[in-house]
Write a protein of this length. Structure first.
Length: 344
């Protein structure tokens, strides 16, 4: 779901530069088993404000469920191309399989499989504000893997529960009620993505995915031990590798929380580098509101001294634009949250 500048492949700026790596800094790691809620909320708030990225341990997602999901993911990507193409996504149905070799203008060195948390998900047919038609999307599942659907649905539900817990803590850290945003996720568009980054023969000339921010409320990511995810620091613009921690999950804020917080929290730019030796797997869960939700700064955070920094917009239309431009790449303009920014 990431956005990448249209000139990405024509420019050399996307290429990893060894001098940009900073090994001494690491994103925060937060123990969710902390018994003092005030301390936990404070730690979450500090991580959100300073980084927009952190890792969590003792998060409650059972390790055996994570392991099963990892195993089924590898089985899927080991299928023949003929089998994977049976669940290939298209412009209408954005769920299913997507491959770097079978999409024009591709800029990401990876293959993916997407599925929604809700099996029958309603989305706007277009980003045209006058078009009220809704499409019902149904997940595609490979018939040759009998345990795949059950395993992936189980994993998504566990990560979904964690995301709500994290959203409560983030809300509290903003001085808002913990359940402030819960109703926004009725008929949610939340999406689970399985990523495989193949070995790349020219890792200095490509990226697994280019610099981007997520259009979600927040993203929960499991990654393997290979590593490759990097976060850009807000102060210097350096790229910080996100060190794999066994059993930990990576959390990053998305556009929606940035807007809800009225820019108190800023979602971070991140990217994935590739290597020539080993494939890498990762498993991001994108927490998305329902298509009917109007996204705007929380009213409790808006005042005469701190006016709203964004105009309200419909999330479904925003999602439709991002999905269509992801599929079409350069043929569709990709809306960003700065398009809704209220200028002074």
């Amino acid at each position: 779901m990431g956005n990448i500048d249209p000139a990405y492949m024509q420019s050399t700026e996307h290429r990893p530069k060894s001098s940009a790596f900073v090994q001494v800094d690491e994103i925060p790691t937060i123990d969710l088993s902390e018994s003092i809620e005030q301390k936990l909320v404070s730690n979450i708030g500090k991580a959100c404000e300073e980084w927009g990225f952190f890792q969590v341990i003792n998060h409650g997602v059972p390790s055996d469920i994570i392991l099963k999901a990892e195993n089924e993911t590898k089985k899927f990507f080991e299928l023949s191309m003929e089998e994977k193409k049976k669940v290939k996504r298209d412009e209408v149905n954005a769920t299913g399989y997507h491959d770097v070799e079978h999409t024009k203008n591709i800029r990401d060195w990876k293959e993916i499989f997407d599925y929604h948390v809700e099996n029958a998900t309603q989305v706007p047919s277009s980003d045209d504000p006058h078009d009220l038609e809704l499409w019902t999307l149904k997940n595609q599942w490979p018939k040759s893997l009998p345990n795949f659907r059950e395993t992936m649905e189980e994993y998504a539900r566990e990560v979904e529960k964690l995301s709500y817990k994290l959203l409560e803590l983030i809300s509290l850290s903003l001085g808002l009620p913990g359940d402030k945003f819960h109703d926004c996720f009725k008929n949610q568009l939340s999406l689970m993505r399985l990523n495989r980054y193949p070995p790349c023969p020219f890792p200095d000339l490509a990226l697994g995915i280019g610099p981007h921010k997520d259009p979600s409320a927040l993203t929960v990511l499991a990654q393997d031990e290979i590593g490759g995810l990097q976060v850009q620091t807000k102060s210097l613009g350096d790229w910080i590798p996100v060190k794999p921690i066994p059993g930990a999950l990576i959390i990053n804020l998305g556009d929606i929380v940035q807007i809800w917080s009225n820019d108190k929290y800023d979602c971070a730019v991140h990217r994935v580098v590739v290597n020539s030796q080993k494939e890498r797997f990762s498993y991001p869960f994108f927490l998305f509101p329902g298509h009917h939700i109007m996204v705007k700064p929380a009213e409790e955070l808006v005042s005469e001294q701190n006016p709203a920094k964004y105009k309200a917009f419909n999330f479904g239309k925003y999602y439709a634009n991002r999905t269509q431009s992801d599929f079409n790449k350069q043929e569709a303009e990709n809306i960003q949250i700065h398009d809704f920014k209220i200028l002074d």
